[in-house]
Write a protein that binds this ligand. Structure first.
Ligand code: PLP
Length: 428
């Protein structure tokens, strides 16, 4: 990312400088995409996991770079298609899809779904048949545990994700084509946020081994094998993306052995990434509202707290939140004296709205502008936006060093939608 002070200066010059603000630099998205592409086996497809950051400009950038979209809700489906992702390269994942979710996706032209059980295959087949079409399913497999170093395990334990590998091997008939749905491949996703390259290589190798084994149980050759991802990235701390320099040479010979015709696209190999592609594009700029002493400690109260960043940390969706705060005052601005061991809180009326209990922080007087780096992924979309009714931060896009748009999400009951009747979630 640009330095916080540079960001502050660009925003100030644009005349559209309101805080709190998530600032997304599209050049950083392009850079991350180029780096990840270089690290992946060739040929392979890269799908962007929209959950990491569904901002329209971020989505349009990644669609323009040739990524597919990995979506898992009606909102993500709408956002992805609206931003220009091709329906033929949109994969609808997730273990719980309502009838109305499937209807909407199929009617929008989406055909690729990940199916997590015989029940979800039947549900998809029913919805597609009712429209006279045939959907394509990737069987999500619950294979081995991810190795050490992952942020969150999604496989190898009792889970809503996928069907256990042993179950598919023992009863392959339950996972066969059905009216309205063809089973054309496999979907694996073992764990997220792995920055150590050896651990990541081992994780993807394990996914590949499981895919090779399960593909022998499929009635026809897999057309697509989605090996998932787990590509790590810094979160709310300064730092660069990890370099994955040997991943490609590690995986390619293993792919040759598992699927001798993968270089001809049989099967097509897919990887997924959210955080690697977008983490470093985003910074949260927020101001100090108040500074005081309490029980011998300095307390710094900011415009933003768990409502704008880190709300999902308590669920372990994110690493424990302890954002690094860097001054973002434009050059030439007078800043104030340093503070060590401060309690840094947000504005919410709960004592749990604390970002740090022992912050080493430079300037801190009301009005100071601070930046949290590397929050382009799981920033706003993983926050507790509606809690306590503060306005959402603005989202500012910088492209080629210029502010190209500034918007604010409608949330917190600013826009309400009357309930439509009859109920929309009935089968099929
Ligand atoms: C199936 C699947 N794909 C992709 C992702 C994106 O992970 P990340 O943003 O860490 O790349 C996740 C995250 O939970 C996931 O569950």
């Amino acid at each position: 990312m640009s330095s916080p002070a540079e960001l502050g200066a660009v925003l100030a010059a644009s005349g559209r400088f309101e805080t709190p603000a998530y600032v997304y630099e599209l050049d950083r998205v392009r850079d991350a995409h180029a780096r990840l592409r270089l690290a992946l086996p060739e040929p392979s497809a890269l799908y962007y996991s929209v959950k990491a950051n569904p901002h329209p400009a971020v989505l349009a950038t990644l669609a323009g770079l040739g990524c597919g979209a990995e979506i898992s809700s009606p909102g993500e489906a709408r956002a992805a298609l609206h931003a220009g992702f091709d329906t033929g390269h949109t994969l609808y994942t997730g273990p719980a899809k309502r009838a109305s979710d499937l209807r909407e996706a199929l009617d929008a032209g989406i055909r690729w779904f990940s199916a997590d059980s015989p029940g979800s295959l039947a549900q998809l087949g029913g919805a597609a048949s009712a429209r006279g079409i045939t959907a394509k399913a990737l069987l999500r497999v619950n294979g081995g545990l991810p190795g050490a170093g992952h942020g969150l395990a999604m496989s190898g334990l009792a889970s809503q994700f996928g069907a256990d590998a042993e179950w598919i091997m023992a009863e392959p008939g339950l996972f066969a084509d059905q009216p309205g749905v063809r089973v054309v491949g496999l979907h694996l996703y073992l764990g997220t946020n792995v920055s150590d390259e050896a651990a990541l290589a081992a994780q993807l190798e394990s996914a590949l081994a499981t895919a090779a084994m399960i593909s022998t149980a499929l009635p026809t050759a897999a057309e697509v094998v989605d090996l998932g991802g787990g590509f790590g990235a810094p979160f709310a701390r300064s730092g660069d993306l990890p370099e994955f320099t040997v991943l490609r040479s590690h995986l390619e010979p293993r792919l040759d052995r598992a699927f001798p015709r993968w270089r001809q696209g049989e099967p097509r190999v897919i990887f997924e990434s959210g955080r690697y592609l977008t983490a470093t594009c985003g910074s949260l700029l927020t101001r100090v509202l108040d500074v005081k002493r309490s029980h011998g400690r300095t307390v710094i109260i900011l415009e933003s707290g768990i409502n704008h960043l880190g709300g999902a940390a308590g669920l372990r969706r994110l690493p424990p939140i302890a954002p690094e705060l860097v001054t973002a005052c434009p050059p030439g601005t007078e800043t104030t004296a340093g503070t060590d061991g401060a309690l840094v809180t947000g504005p919410l009326c709960t004592p749990l709205d604390v970002w740090s209990r022992d912050a080493s922080l430079g300037p801190a007087v009301p009005g100071d502008l601070l930046a949290v780096p590397n929050v382009g992924a799981y920033g706003l979309s993983a926050s507790l936006l509606a809690f306590l009714g503060h306005l959402p931060p603005v989202e500012v896009v910088i492209d080629g060093g210029r502010v190209t748009e500034a918007t604010r999400l409608h949330a917190v009951r600013l826009a309400v939608e009357p309930l439509q009747h009859p109920a929309t979630n009935q089968e099929p």
